[in-house]
Design a protein around this ligand. Structure first.
Ligand SMILES: [Zn+2]
Length: 259
């Protein structure tokens, strides 16, 4: 057994007994790190009972290799993300990122992923309301991209031919993993994306938040279908159904004044 010090983002907390919880952290060195936290459920809100979901925490853990569950010895919250809980769309957005991470069950560390997720959650806290749907999608695509699961947008994913250009609408195939040229996409299934939607998707895949994102609800369904198909989680993503009406609403507010 060794004592390790790590930073982590709390993705999920499960009660284990009257006084214990199982906490699942995303860490840069150990991937998803599940720890048993004893005696944390009954403490007052003033004492450090337990970190809040999405908080960044300095951890001290008793670590045994090859064990499912490690033991938390101590922690300190280094960045609180409690404010995400004040607005449902921000909270469920962060929850979607957590669901995607947990569906992937990373056993190895990935510092780039960790930093991408931490930065994505910070933006989800800080950006103005109109950019929140974009911040959710960018952070979610970052998780899939680091899992090696990002769609091909540069060329037809079936024949390698050119896509886009003068064509106004291009078929997006979830199963084939990206855009299809006019010939390959003619009879296929899947939404057809215009140049604006393709540009936005490209930014989102790079973890960037478009200044103005149209059709965030459609982008959410594209991401959901892609993640379900390629990540094959044991259950559907709960946050998507909660987020979808909020994204429709956000789009109506954003587009309502213009026309
Ligand atoms: Zn093609």
């Amino acid at each position: 057994m060794s004592i390790i010090k790590e930073v982590g983002i709390l993705l999920r907390a499960h009660p284990y007994s009257e006084s214990s919880q199982v906490l699942r952290f995303l860490t840069p060195e150990h991937g998803i790190l599940p720890v048993m936290a004893r005696g944390v459920r009954r403490q007052s809100s003033k004492g450090q009972g337990s970190p809040s979901t999405f908080d960044e925490v300095a951890l001290e853990v008793s670590f045994r290799p090859h064990r499912e569950l490690q033991t938390l010895r101590g922690f300190e919250v280094t960045r609180s993300r409690r404010s995400l809980g004040k607005e449902v769309i921000r909270f469920w957005g962060a929850s979607l990122v957590a669901e995607l991470l947990l569906a992937h069950t990373l056993h190895e560390g990935d510092r780039t992923l960790y930093e991408g997720v931490a930065g994505g959650l910070n933006r989800l806290q800080e950006l103005p309301s109109r950019q929140v749907p974009g911040a959710i999608l960018a952070a979610s695509w970052t998780v899939l991209e680091r899992a090696g699961l990002s769609p091909a947008l540069a060329a037809c994913t079936r024949c390698g031919g050119a896509v886009g250009g003068e064509e106004t609408l291009v078929r997006f195939s979830t199963a084939e993993g990206g855009l299809l040229c006019a010939g390959c996409g003619e009879a296929g299934k899947g939404p057809r994306l215009g140049p604006g939607a393709r540009r936005d998707l490209k930014l989102l895949l790079a973890g960037q938040v478009p200044e103005e994102l149209r059709g965030a609800d459609v982008h959410l369904r594209i991401l959901e279908a892609f993640a379900l198909h390629h990540l094959a989680p044991t259950r559907p993503f709960r946050a998507v159904d909660l987020l979808h009406p909020l994204m429709v609403e956000a789009g109506e507010v954003a587009g309502g004044g213009g026309e």
